[in-house]
Design a protein around this ligand. Structure first.
Ligand code: SF4
Ligand SMILES: [Zn+2]
Length: 475
């Protein structure tokens, strides 16, 4: 058989090596794809043996890996891997280590976490981004304690029922902590797989993603699934890099189709070039590079993976108000528990649109607008929104009555002390800095000198007490 239907493919055995394949022998039927996109049994053997040998030599010693290897308490093992996996979705390994260690000191078990508060969790999460992931960890621990006898589920099919655990985390925890034979797909695995199997279709497309998941399940080592999954991810992070991958140092380059493709001699004329290309890309195949966006020789293996071009980020303008009582207390509202920046604290802020004027917004929270002074602009970029903030300052009297907007959960006047223990978004930190900068510029030099002298006279206490400014710089 010269071609395989996705439905018919028998993983781990049937797909043939395609080294001798020519255009003549490859037939594509609707809904089918060609052999290049699967692994043969021989390739799977090479993949597992070479990658695990490389991993044993090169793996980084990380706290959660050591626990997964030596911890005999199964519940603790699963919990530790779960926490590490959620944190690793946020940022680089090097950054996660200190967050992870602090977390484990405060919440060493599922039980201790289930008894924690959202405030505790947010404090430990500050700086990692996406606070909702920390919130879900807390919800997950509560569910395990309340509904599962305090036992972390050991299979991916059960783990996925826990809040905040998706397909990737369920398979990662089940394979690493409990040895379930499940593959995983994250950004690193996706890149490695698309290069190994010349998958050039859009990786945001569900069909492409499903194919990569099926490959991950196909190749995962039966005896060491956890090590194998971590090894593929580590290969993606350290060798098969998005830009300038280190193919010469790659332990599995012998089975890499993208690498093979970059090594075919340059054809001298256009016809031959097309012929060479047709060995790898077939017009009707829904996993090959698209005809309208073909292989670019200069990009080499970086032709894979392919992503549809992002739609342009939306522009949004906001008015934000630093409302304060003599620069000592600052008004903040807590955002709703769902949606963008869920549960975070923010200064009074409103989107600039025609329906609700900023002056009306201020009136609804009980503030007279006439005293507002514009003090600058701040830009903050999210993946899908470019946010422009017009920053204003408003001094209010000590007895001002402010009303909580119906969209928000709580209202606080935060002093330096209290602000230290609350959580605000990065955008709000930038805004505060903008206001501080403006303040510094406008305060007369003699007042600045006096403030400095005052802070010295106040002695140790002032030194120990971090300023509001340092809080906003902390993340
Ligand atoms: S040979 Fe290069 S492209 Fe292929 S898997 Fe290794 S590093 Fe990635
Ligand atoms: Zn194809």
């Amino acid at each position: 058989m010269g071609w395989n239907c996705i439905e018919d493919i028998s993983y781990g055995g049937e797909a043939r090596l395609s080294g001798t394949m020519t255009r003549k022998t490859v037939k594509i039927a609707k809904g089918c794809t060609h052999e290049l996109h699967y692994f043969s049994t021989e390739e799977i053997n090479i993949f597992q043996t070479c990658l695990l040998a490389w991993y044993s030599k090169n793996k980084r010693r990380l706290p959660w890996r050591e626990i997964a290897e030596v911890e005999e308490d199964e519940n603790k093992r699963g919990y530790c891997v779960w926490v590490s996996e959620i944190m690793l979705q946020q940022t680089q390994v090097a950054t996660v280590i200190s967050y992870y260690n602090r977390w484990m000191e405060k919440f060493p078990t599922v039980k201790t976490l289930s008894q924690g508060t959202l405030e505790d969790v947010h404090k430990l999460w500050a700086g990692l981004g996406y606070y909702s992931r920390g919130t879900r960890l807390l919800e997950g621990a509560k569910k395990i304690e309340d509904q599962m006898n305090g036992q972390v589920p050991q299979s991916s099919s059960e783990l996925i029922k826990i809040p905040g655990i998706g397909r990737y985390t369920a398979c990662a925890v089940a394979s690493i902590a409990y040895g379930e034979r499940k593959g995983v797909v994250d950004g690193n695995v996706l890149r490695v797989m698309t290069r190994l199997r010349l998958i050039g279709s859009d990786v945001t497309n569900q069909e492409t993603v499903e194919h990569i998941w099926s490959l991950a399940d196909q190749v995962v080592d039966q005896d060491r699934p956890g090590d194998f999954n971590q090894a593929v991810m580590e290969l993606g992070a350290a060798v098969c890099l998005p830009r300038n991958p280190l193919c010469a140092a790659c332990p599995i380059s012998s089975i890499c189709k993208a690498f093979e493709r970059t090594r075919i001699p340059k054809p001298k004329n256009k016809n031959r070039k097309e012929k060479a290309s047709s060995l790898y890309d077939i017009e009707d195949c829904h996993l090959c590079l698209p005809k309208e966006n073909p292989f670019v020789t200069a990009d080499g293996v970086q032709n894979y993976p392919r992503k549809k071009k992002k739609t342009a980020a939306r522009e949004q303008k906001y008015f934000v108000y630093i409302v304060h009582k003599k620069e000592k207390e600052f008004l903040v509202f807590q955002r709703p528990s769902e949606g963008l920046f869920a549960n975070l604290w923010e200064f009074p802020c409103i989107e600039a649109d025609e329906e609700m004027k900023d002056s009306i917004f201020l009136e609804t929270i009980g503030i007279k607008t006439s005293a507002a002074i514009k003090c600058g602009e701040t830009f903050h970029k999210l993946s899908h929104i470019n946010q422009y903030y017009i920053v204003n300052e408003l001094k209010v009297d000590g007895d001002s009555q402010i009303l909580l907007p119906s969209t928000h959960q709580k209202m606080e006047w935060l002093t330096e002390e209290k602000i230290k223990s609350s959580v605000a978004s990065t955008a709000m930190k930038k805004i505060f800095q903008e206001w501080k900068n403006k303040l510094e510029k406008t305060v007369k030099p003699e007042i600045r000198r006096k403030r400095k002298a005052d802070s010295k006279i106040s002695g140790g206490d002032m030194k120990r007490q971090p300023s509001i400014n340092s809080f906003f710089k902390a993340e």
